[in-house]
Design a protein around this ligand. Structure first.
Ligand code: ADP
Ligand code: MG
Length: 709
C-alpha cells in the first residue's frame, strides 16, 4: 500500500516540505500548512479547520474513471474516461439567456467524440491546455448526440499526469458553501499529502488483524488506487468508529456499575387505575412494554431502555402511563424531544392524556420568555410540576428537579453525547432512569450490538381501527394526474406533503430543488396554498410554517426530509416522495407515517424514474408492506454487501462510516465490542492508551445530521 499512500495526493513535481508531526494534525491548517493559505477559506466552508478534520472528511461516493475506454466503445449515460487527441476547440460566446459554450472535437484511433461545457462549467485558464493536438485524458458523463458520444462538462488532464480528477477512481465529497467538487478534491489531496505521514495507528498490530493500517486506510478511502481497495479502507475506518462507540459503551457500563438510581415503585393497582382511565384500551404490546418499564424502575440499577415501535404504534401512550405511574409514586418525570416542533407536539398530545390521569405537565423551551422560564424552573425545583416536556432546555443548567425519577428521550439518536450526559446529571445524586423512544425499528441483534447493554421493548401491534395507507410507485409521466389528485384532495379540505430528495453533493442544491418544486407546483396548481420547509431555514421560520400547516392554512407542504421525524398533521392525506429511490427504506417508511394519522383514507405516492432492478425491488418492499420491522429486515437483506461504491445511506445510529446494513460491519461491531470490553476491563480510564481516548472522542463528537437544528 506504500504506493497508495504516495498516490494520495502527489501532483507531480512538488517536493513535500518537511513533514508534519502528530500534534500538527490538530492545529489550524493555516498555521501548519502555510502553502495552503489560499485554500483555508474554502476548507473552512467544508467544515475543515485542521489536517485531522481533512483526513476524516471522507468521500460519500466514488466515480470509477480508472478504466480508459476507446471512443468507439463509450456507453451512453455512464461516467467514463478516455484518452484522446484534441482536434478542434470552439468557444461560443453567450448572449441573452444563452450561456457561453465551449465545444471540443476529440478523436482516437477508434472514433471521435465531442466535449461540451456550458457557462461557468469551463474555467478560462484551462483553455490553454485544451489546444488542438493536445493528448488528454477526459473523464465524465457521456451522452449520445445523434450517434456520436458527447462528454458533458468533463474533467481533463494531460496524459501521464497523476491527476486526482481523471483516469482513476475519483472521490466525490459532500460540498457546502459554494466550493466546487474539483476544488474540494484538489485541496483535500494537498492536505492529505502532507498530513498522512503524521498519522500513527492507534491500534496494535494484533488488534488490527488483517485490516489495513490507519494511514493506508485513509489514503485509500480518499484516493484509492483501484476500486477494490475502497472496501478494505472503509472497513478499517468503520472498525475504528465502532471501536470508539464500543469504548464509550464499555466505559459507561463500568462507570454505571457504581451508580444507583432511585427505586421508583409504582403500585400495581394504581397502574391499573391509570390504564383504565385512558380513553382507549392498551394493546398487548403496549401493556408488555409498560410492565417491562415499571419492573426496571423498581430496581436501583439505572434503567436504559429503548422503546421501539412504528409511528402511531402508541409509544407516546406508553410513555404517558409510565410517567403518570412515576408521578404517583412520588417522583418527577421529564420528556425531551430533539426539536421545538416535536416537543410542542408531544406536549399537545401528552398533557391532556396526563391531565386525565391527574398529572400536571408543563412545556419548557428556550423560546419561552425569560420570566416564564424562570417561573417554570422554580416550580420544577419546588416539585410543583410533575412532568416537564420540552427541548434540551429541560436539561439546561438552570433546571433543578426536586426528585427526578424517569427521563423519556424521544428519537434519542438525534441527541448528542453531551446532552445525554447533562440529562444524567439531573438526578440529584441518583441516576435517573432513562427510556428512549424510537420509531426507527432495528432488528434486535443489531440493536444489541450497536447500542450495547440497552434493554429493548418493542411494539409491533398497531392500535385497532387504523386505516391502511395505500402506497403506489409511479413515474414522472404520472405527474399531471398526481397533481390533479393533490388538487382534489385539497378541494376536499385535506392536506398533502411533497418531499424532495436530499441531493447528497450539496445542501444548497437540495434547497434549490425544493424551491424550484414550490414554483412549479404554484404554477401548476394556482388554487393551492403551497408552503416550504427545509433544513437551511431558521428554526423559527420553519416552526411558523409548520404551525400554519397544523392550522390548515397550507394545502401542500414541500419539504426536504426534515419532516421525517415527528410532525403530526391528522388532516394530511397524501405523501408524495420524489426520486423515492434515493431514500433509505426506513426513511420512506417514516415519511409514509406522516399521513394516515386521522380518519381519512390516505395515500403515499413514491415517484421514481429509476430502472435499476434493485431500486425497483426496494420500492416494492415499501409498497407491499406496512410493517416497519419487516421493512428494516428486507432492507438489510437487499442491501447486502457490495454497496460500497454506491451512494451510502447512513445507518441508524449516528455512525459516519460504519453501517447497520452492512453485514461485514456487523461482524466488525462484534469484534470491536469484544476488544473494547477487554481494553476497558484492564484499564477503565484508558490511561495507557491515549490514542484510543482520542479515537473515542473523535467519533463521539456532535452527531446531529444537520437536518434538524
Ligand atoms: P407513537 O408515539 O408511537 O407515534 P402515539 O402514542 O402517538 O404513537 O399513538 C398514536 C395515536 O394512537 C394517538 O392518537 C393515540 O391516542 C392513539 N392510540 C395509542 N394507543 C392506542 C390504543 N391502544 N388504542 C387506540 N388508540 C391508541
Ligand atoms: Mg409519537
Amino acid at each position: 500500500m506504500q504506493s497508495a499512500r504516495r498516490r494520495a495526493g502527489d501532483p507531480p513535481g512538488r517536493q513535500p516540505p518537511s513533514g508534519l508531526d502528530a500534534a500538527d494534525l490538530d492545529r489550524p491548517i493555516r498555521d501548519v500548512l502555510p502553502e495552503l493559505a489560499r485554500g483555508v477559506a474554502a476548507l473552512a466552508r467544508l467544515g475543515i479547520a485542521t489536517p485531522r478534520q481533512a483526513l476524516f472528511h471522507l468521500p460519500f461516493r466514488y466515480d470509477d474513471f480508472s478504466d480508459l475506454r476507446p471512443l468507439g466503445e463509450l456507453l451512453p449515460d455512464e461516467k467514463q474516461s478516455a484518452r484522446v487527441r484534441v482536434v478542434e476547440v470552439r468557444v461560443e460566446k453567450g448572449f441573452g439567456r444563452r450561456p457561453q459554450r465551449v465545444i471540443a472535437q476529440l478523436a482516437d484511433d477508434t472514433g471521435t467524440a465531442e466535449a461540451i461545457w456550458f457557462g461557468r462549467q469551463f474555467v478560462e485558464q484551462r483553455l490553454a491546455r485544451l489546444a488542438p493536438g493536445a493528448e488528454l485524458v477526459f473523464s465524465g458523463k457521456v451522452a449520445l448526440r445523434g450517434w456520436r458520444p458527447q462528454f458533458v462538462g468533463p474533467d481533463f488532464s494531460a496524459v501521464g499526469s497523476d491527476s486526482v480528477h481523471t483516469g482513476r477512481v475519483v472521490p466525490v465529497y459532500r460540498l457546502a458553501g459554494g466550493v466546487t467538487q474539483k476544488r474540494a478534491r484538489d485541496l483535500l489531496a494537498r492536505v492529505l499529502e502532507r498530513a498522512l505521514p503524521a498519522v500513527s495507528d492507534p491500534l496494535l498490530p494484533e488488534e488490527r488483524g488483517s485490516l489495513p493500517t490507519l494511514d493506508e486506510a485513509l489514503a485509500a478511502a480518499h484516493f484509492p488506487e483501484e476500486a477494490i481497495d475502497v472496501a478494505a479502507a472503509l472497513d478499517r475506518l468503520a472498525f475504528d468508529e465502532l471501536l470508539a462507540l464500543q469504548l464509550s459503551l464499555a466505559q459507561a457500563r463500568v462507570a454505571r456499575e457504581g451508580l444507583h438510581a432511585a427505586r421508583v415503585v409504582v403500585d400495581r393497582e394504581e397502574l391499573e387505575r391509570l390504564t383504565a382511565s385512558l380513553p382507549f384500551v392498551l394493546t398487548g404490546d403496549q401493556r408488555r412494554a409498560v410492565d417491562e418499564i415499571i419492573a426496571d424502575l423498581a430496581s436501583d440499577r439505572p434503567m436504559r431502555r429503548l422503546l421501539q415501535g412504528d409511528v402511531g404504534s402508541g409509544k407516546t401512550a406508553v410513555a404517558a402511563v409510565t410517567l403518570a405511574g412515576v408521578v404517583r409514586a412520588g417522583w418527577q418525570g421529564v420528556l425531551m424531544a430533539p426539536t421545538e416542533i416535536l416537543a410542542r407536539q408531544h406536549h399537545g398530545g401528552l398533557a391532556p392524556l396526563l391531565a386525565t390521569l391527574g398529572v400536571r405537565a408543563e412545556f419548557l423551551s428556550g423560546s419561552l420568555p425569560a420570566a416564564a422560564r424562570r417561573r417554570i424552573h422554580d416550580a420544577i425545583a419546588a416539585g410543583e410540576i410533575d412532568v416537564v416536556i420540552g427541548t434540551h432546555a429541560v436539561i439546561s443548567e438552570a433546571v433543578t428537579f426536586r426528585d427526578l425519577g424517569l427521563a423519556v428521550v424521544d428519537e434519542q439518536h438525534r441527541f448528542g453525547v453531551a446532552q445525554r450526559a447533562a440529562l444524567q446529571a439531573k438526578g440529584a445524586g441518583l441516576e435517573p432512569h432513562v427510556l428512549a423512544l424510537t420509531a426507527t425499528p432495528i432488528p434486535r441483534t443489531l440493536a444489541l450490538t450497536f447500542y450495547g447493554d440497552l434493554s429493548i421493548s418493542t411494539i409491533r401491534e398497531l392500535p385497532p381501527g387504523r386505516q391502511p395507507i395505500r402506497t403506489e410507485v409511479r413515474n414522472r409521466t404520472a405527474l399531471p394526474r398526481i397533481e390533479a389528485f393533490l388538487a382534489s384532495e385539497a378541494a376536499a379540505g385535506r392536506q398533502g406533503f411533497v418531499v424532495v430528495p436530499l441531493i447528497s453533493e450539496s445542501e444548497a442544491l437540495t434547497v434549490a430543488s425544493a424551491e424550484a418544486e414550490v414554483e412549479r407546483l404554484r404554477a401548476a396548481l394556482p388554487q393551492l396554498r403551497v408552503g416550504l420547509v427545509h433544513g437551511q431555514q431558521r428554526a423559527t421560520d420553519r416552526d411558523a410554517t409548520m404551525q400554519a400547516v397544523a392550522a390548515g392554512e397550507i394545502d401542500l407542504l414541500v419539504a426536504t426530509s426534515v419532516i421525517e421525524v415527528g410532525i403530526d398533521v391528522p388532516n394530511a392525506s397524501v405523501m408524495l416522495v420524489e426520486d423515492a429511490e434515493r431514500f433509505g427504506l426506513a426513511q420512506l417508511h417514516q415519511l409514509r407515517g406522516r399521513v394516515g394519522r386521522g380518519t381519512d383514507r390516505s395515500f403515499c405516492i413514491l415517484l421514481s424514474d429509476s430502472v435499476d432492478e434493485l431500486a425497483r425491488r426496494r420500492l416494492e418492499v415499501i409498497r407491499s408492506s406496512s410493517d416497519g420491522f419487516a421493512i428494516a429486515e428486507a432492507d438489510l437483506e437487499l442491501r447486502g454487501a457490495g454497496n460500497l461504491l454506491g451512494t451510502r445511506q447512513s445507518g441508524l445510529p449516528p455512525l459516519r462510516v460504519a453501517s447497520l446494513f452492512e453485514p461485514r460491519h456487523i461482524a466488525l461491531a462484534e469484534r470491536a465490542r469484544d476488544l473494547a470490553n477487554d481494553l476497558v476491563a484492564g484499564d477503565p480510564q484508558l490511561a495507557r492508551r491515549p490514542a484510543l481516548l482520542r479515537l473515542r472522542d473523535d467519533f463521539a463528537s456532535p452527531e446531529d445530521d444537520g437536518e434538524v437544528a
